[in-house]
Each structure stands twice: as structure tokens, then as C-alpha cells.
Write a protein that binds this ligand. Structure first.
Ligand code: NAP
Length: 247
């Protein structure tokens, strides 16, 4: 069994997940790095983690595929023999538009990844953590859950509303088992996700509406996530932490 604490981070090949993996490694966590298609980026994150003196493994799985998620947890358990933390981070945006234009394929893709995916992953983590009677889950939600993302991606915002509810409910269910469940809700963060929505310059366009006057960096979100994973947050559960520059 691994001597260091172990965290599994979904969607850790890029963006917020990658920044979280590297910061967790700096803090001494062994890291399991999940990704979907970008193996080279996942391998590079693993190499950065190992350079901090910890163990890192790369596990490919589509979080929207229940069987693949179950296999991923078996791989992590086989490799490390324990799971102390989950960062439920993988998520997608569709292209920008109004809700009346979104077809079924698009809605299914967003809901399957952001909601069902997060549920499959949380459930598998909980099964291990309940057995161990300890653990911590950090869900990555979004400020969109309360802002609504009108004229851009209301479907995405609604999936992040589900993440808020999942956090609240699981924090209550899992608390008696010694498991903390929290949510970080980022605002406008400079990652590839905006280009995937069709507007690479989205943060630049919208940052004037942020009280702090700028977009955020993935490292700034990672800092909140890794704090929630730590013993410093030992009495924090069911919390929604905004990392959004006040927006
Ligand atoms: P990103 O840069 O686009 O990275 C997305 C990551 O998720 C990649 O590692 C990608 O893997 C992985 N991924 C996507 N679909 C997956 C699937 N089905 N199964 C497994 N992995 C999958 O995104 P990000 O901006 O870091 O966003 C991370 C989380 O923060 C998301 O939940 C997002 O909704 C949330 N968030 C972001 C912002 C923001 O402004 N950036 C704001 C609020 C909330 P590959 O590299 O293999 O494609």
C-alpha cells in the first residue's frame, strides 16, 4: 500500500485538473491522473508530479462511461491500495448558443459527462471511502450554477447546478463515515475550455465584469481544491467555495 496519501483527479491532463495534480504532488500526495483523449498531456502532468518526488499514474477513462469508471477505480486501487481524495473535475462546455438551438446529441453529451460522469466517479470513490471510513471529495462546479450562462450555455449551467446539489446531499450522507464533500465554483479561468466553446478570447471579453478586473488562473483554483483536500480543512464539509474574483 502507498505510504503517501493518494488523490484521483478526473480531467487532469489539462487546465484546472492538471494544475491541481501538480500542486497536490508538491504537497506530497501521490496522484492518479485521469484523462479522456490527450495522452501526451496526461503523461507530461505525470512527469511533473514525479519530479516533485511522488508517485503518479495515468488512467484513461471516459467518465461518462460507467464501466470505464469502474475499471479506472480498480486500476487505482491495484496500483496504490488506497484512495484518500477524489477531485471530481472532468467537465465539458458545448459551443455557445441559445437553449432553443441545442439538439439532443449536444444535451446528452453535456449531461452525460458533467452530471452522470460526476455521479459515477463520486459513487465509486464513496464505495472505497466508506469501507475506509475516511476520505475527501472535492467537486468542481461553476459560478454558472447560479449565474445561469444565458445566451451561452444554459445546459452547462444546469449541469453545474446538479453538482451543487450532489455536493450538499453527499456531504450529509457521507459525513457520518468520516468523509468530507465540498465544491469549488470557479469563475472565468484561463484554460482551453473557452476555445472549446468556440471563443478562445472569452475571458478577455468578459473580465471587465469581474470585480477584481481579471480572469483567474488554473493555479488559483487548484490552491482552493488542495486546501479542501488537506487537514487544514478538517471541519469543512458541504461548502461551496467561489474562486471567481468576486463575480
Ligand atoms: P479544460 O482545460 O477543457 O480540461 C478539461 C479536462 O477534462 C481535460 O483533462 C480533458 O481530457 C478532461 N475530460 C473532458 N471530458 C472528459 C471525459 N468525458 N472523461 C474524462 N476526462 C474528460 O477544462 P477546465 O477549464 O480545466 O475545466 C475543468 C473543470 O472546471 C470543468 O468541470 C469545468 O466545468 C470547470 N470550470 C471551468 C471554468 C473555466 O473558466 N475554465 C469555470 C468554471 C468551472 P483530455 O485532455 O484528454 O481531453
Amino acid at each position: 500500500m502507498s505510504e503517501n496519501r493518494v488523490v484521483l483527479i478526473t480531467g487532469a491532463s489539462r487546465g484546472i485538473g492538471a494544475a491541481t495534480a501538480i500542486l497536490a504532488a508538491k504537497r506530497g500526495w501521490n496522484v492518479a491522473i485521469n484523462y479522456l483523449s490527450n495522452a501526451a498531456a496526461a503523461d507530461a502532468v505525470a512527469a511533473s508530479c514525479r519530479s516533485e518526488g511522488v508517485e503518479a499514474v495515468v488512467v484513461r477513462a471516459d467518465v461518462a462511461d460507467e464501466a470505464a469508471v469502474v475499471e479506472m477505480f480498480k486500476d487505482v486501487a491495484k496500483h496504490f491500495g488506497r484512495l484518500d481524495a477524489l477531485v471530481n473535475n472532468a467537465g465539458i462546455l458545448g459551443t455557445q448558443g441559445t437553449f432553443d438551438g441545442f439538439d439532443g446529441d449536444r444535451l446528452r453529451a453535456v449531461v452525460n459527462t458533467n452530471v452522470l460522469g460526476a455521479m459515477y466517479v463520486a459513487r465509486e470513490a464513496l464505495r472505497l471511502m466508506i469501507r475506509a471510513q475516511t476520505g475527501v471529495i472535492v467537486n468542481v462546479g461553476s459560478r454558472a450554477s447560479t449565474l445561469g450562462s444565458a445566451n451561452e450555455f444554459v445546459d452547462y449551467a444546469a449541469t453545474k447546478g446538479a453538482i451543487d446539489s450532489l455536493t450538499t446531499g453527499l456531504s450529509i450522507e457521507a459525513g457520518p463515515h468520516g468523509i468530507r464533500v465540498n465544491c469549488v465554483r470557479p469563475g472565468l479561468i484561463r484554460t482551453d475550455i473557452h476555445a472549446s466553446s468556440g471563443e478562445a478570447g472569452r475571458v478577455d471579453r468578459l473580465q471587465h465584469g469581474v470585480p477584481m478586473g481579471r480572469g483567474g488562473e488554473a493555479d488559483e483554483v487548484a490552491a482552493a481544491i488542495v486546501w479542501l483536500m488537506s487537514e487544514e480543512a478538517s471541519y469543512v464539509s458541504g461548502a461551496m467555495i467561489e474562486v471567481s474574483g468576486g463575480r
